[in-house]
Design a protein around this ligand. Structure first.
Ligand code: G1P
Length: 271
């Protein structure tokens, strides 16, 4: 199954991402999918048979949950075709987006809904009229897994100006430990830059490379970073995926009270 459909507690990972967009006021969602990703479209579509069965059984609670994922946002889909990198995937949204700022949310990265990120980025995009990316300080041993930024202070504590970007630097060569996490609020000018961006790391068209051009050539206001210090889960990593499920489940009112004491006992027994 597509990794975006893996359940995190009791919802597919992708639903958290769509809910995050909606919570920040973004209800027009274009999903860039690929081969074997039909399950994603089906998840956000009506499930008439299931709805009818639940209605017949009088299971209004579950019926509400099913309807919730259908009515969440105005969903659109486009297939990427050849998987030629994140920059290429973003370029596929050009027609849909038009000439307005837009947000990019990567399906692997989950941001805990109790921590604010996307709405803060939209605010900064609006007031600075520039592109904004999300950054997180990571352990120097994992900088080779991310796009890495060189930054300058702006005077606003959680906002930095981006002076350079490099996609997945080789271990020991990273210019900083400010890693790009999968949230971007971009000026539409990025499409023009992407069209002229040559394949980079992994022979793929990299969004990081296009943003590096926008930062150094100061295109459409340049690029700023919002530094996130909240909870982020990388569901593409197996250990992180398990941690996400446990962390989210213990906080839930319906599951936490039973799970917390069990977990304490379980971890005590590990010793
Ligand atoms: C992508 C981006 C990278 C970014 C990362 C965040 O890489 O290319 O710059 O740091 O997402 O998750 P991927 O993880 O898709 O290889």
């Amino acid at each position: 199954m597509p990794k975006e459909m893996l359940p995190v507690v009791d919802k597919p990972a992708i639903q958290y991402v769509v809910e995050e967009a909606v919570a920040a006021g973004l209800t027009d969602v274009l999903m860039i999918t690929g081969r074997n990703k039909n399950a994603l479209e089906n998840h956000f579509d009506r499930m008439t048979e299931l709805e009818a069965t639940l209605e017949m059984k009088g299971d209004t609670q579950r019926l509400k949950q099913v309807e919730f994922s259908n009515d969440l946002a105005d969903m659109h889909y486009v297939r990427q075709g050849d998987p030629r990198g994140l920059g290429h995937a973003v370029l596929r949204s050009k027609m849909h987006v038009g000439r307005e700022p837009f947000a990019v949310l990567l399906g692997d990265d989950l941001i805990d809904s109790r921590d604010v990120l996307l709405s803060r980025m939209i605010e900064e995009q609006n007031s600075r009229n520039a592109s904004v990316i999300a950054l997180m300080e990571v352990d120097p041993s994992s900088t080779h897994l991310y796009g890495i930024a060189t930054v300058e202070n702006t005077g606003t504590p959680d906002v930095v100006k981006i002076t350079g970007l490099v996609e997945k630097p080789a271990p020991g060569t990273s210019p900083s430990n400010y890693a790009i996490i999968g949230r971007y609020v971009l000026q539409p000018d990025v499409f023009d830059v992407l069209e002229h961006t040559a394949p980079g790391k992994g022979n793929e068209i990299q969004l990081t490379d296009a943003l590096q051009t926008m930062a150094t050539d100061n295109i459409a206001g340049g690029v700023y970073g919002v530094v996130f210090r909240g909870r982020r889960y990388d569901t593409g990593d197996r250990v992180d995926y398990i941690k996400a499920i446990v962390q989210l489940a213990v906080e839930r009112d319906d599951l936490g009270p039973e799970l917390r004491p069990w977990l304490k006992q379980f971890s005590a027994d590990l010793d």
